[in-house]
Design a protein around this ligand. Structure first.
Ligand code: ATP
Ligand code: MG
Length: 229
C-alpha cells in the first residue's frame, strides 16, 4: 500500500504491559491527532511517554485497543509502509559501526552524498566531514559521538526520512540553549504539514503545539491547548 501524504492518528483505548510485568505501562489511553496537528507529551519519568511512541512503530503491540492511521489499524499495514510513514527521533539514539554515510542512509537509502552533506551542515554537524568525509568510520573502531552530536545525527536522520508522521522523543535533550533553539527552528520549518508527537520536558515553546497532553502512570491526566492548561 502507498505511503499517505498526511496522517490522522487515532489511539483507541490502548492498554499495554511489557512482557513479565504485572503493572500496565499504558492504561485505557485514547488520543486523536488530525492531519498536521502537533502534540506535546509531558509527564514525569517512567509515566509511559516513550512506550506510547514505541507502540506507534509496532516495537510492541498493545494487549487492548487499537491504533489507526487514516482509519486503518496499523496492525494491518505492512512493515515497509509503516516504516515509510513514520520518522522517529528515539530517546536512545543508536550509532552503527559503519561509515557516516551509512549511518545516514539508514533513514533515506536514496539520498545523494550532496543531500547528506547539506543535512549535516543544517544540523551543525559539518565538522564530522573533516576527516574522511562521508566515508569516515563511526562507532566501534571509529569515531564516537558526544551525546549532543548523537541527538543531532538522529534529527538529521529523521529530517532525511521526511515521513508524514514524526515521533520525537526529547529531540533536544542535552543540547545547550543556543543549539536547542536552532534545532527547534529547523524542526518547526520541516514539520509544518506533518503530524507530530513530541515528548518534551521543556515548558518553553509549548504554545506552538495544537495539543498538550500530560501523562501519569500510563494514563492521560490532562489534555488541552496552551491556553487551557
Ligand atoms: P522517561 O521520561 O524517563 O523517558 P517515560 O515516560 O518515557 O520515562 P517509559 O520508558 O515509557 O517511560 O516507561 C514506562 C514504564 O515501563 C516504566 O515503569 C519502565 O520501567 C517500564 N519499561 C520501559 N521499558 C520497558 C521494557 N523494555 N521492559 C519492561 N518494562 C519497561
Ligand atoms: Mg522516555
Amino acid at each position: 500500500s502507498a505511503v499517505p501524504e498526511q496522517v490522522a492518528l487515532t489511539l483507541r483505548d490502548i492498554s499495554f504491559s511489557y512482557p513479565e510485568q504485572a503493572q500496565k505501562a499504558l492504561e485505557s489511553l485514547s488520543l486523536h491527532a488530525n492531519p498536521g496537528e502537533h502534540i506535546a507529551i509531558l509527564g514525569r519519568t517512567g509515566c509511559g511517554k516513550s512506550t506510547l511512541l514505541q507502540l506507534l512503530t509496532r516495537a510492541w503491540d498493545p494487549q487492548q485497543g487499537e491504533i489507526l492511521i487514516n482509519n486503518q489499524p496499523i496492525s494491518t499495514l505492512n512493515e515497509a509502509t509503516l516504516r515509510a510513514t513514520i520518522s522517529v527521533v528515539p530517546q536512545r539514539v543508536h550509532l552503527f559501526s559503519a561509515t557516516l554515510r551509512d549511518n545516514l542512509l539508514l533513514a533515506a537509502p536514496d539520498a545523494s552524498d550532496e543531500a547528506l552533506s547539506e543535512m549535516l551542515s543544517r544540523v551543525g554537524l559539518e565538522k564530522l566531514l573533516d576527516d574522511g568525509g562521508l566515508n569516515s568510520w563511526l562507532g566501534e573502531g571509529g569515531r564516537q559521538l558526544s551525546g549532543g552530536e548523537l541527538r543531532r545525527l538522529a534529527i538529521a536522520r529523521a529530517l532525511l526520512h521526511d515521513a508524514p508522521l514524526m515521533l520525537l522523543d526529547e529531540p533536544t535533550e542535552g543540547l545547550d540553549a543556543t543549539t536547542e533553539s536552532q534545532m527547534l527552528e529547523l524542526l518547526a520549518d520541516v514539520m509544518r504539514n506533518k503530524t507530530l508527537l513530541m515528548v518534551t520536558h521543556r515548558l518553553r515553546g509549548l504554545s506552538r503545539f495544537d495539543q498538550i497532553i500530560v501523562m501519569d502512570n500510563g494514563q492521560i491526566i490532562e489534555q488541552g491547548n496552551h491556553a487551557d492548561l
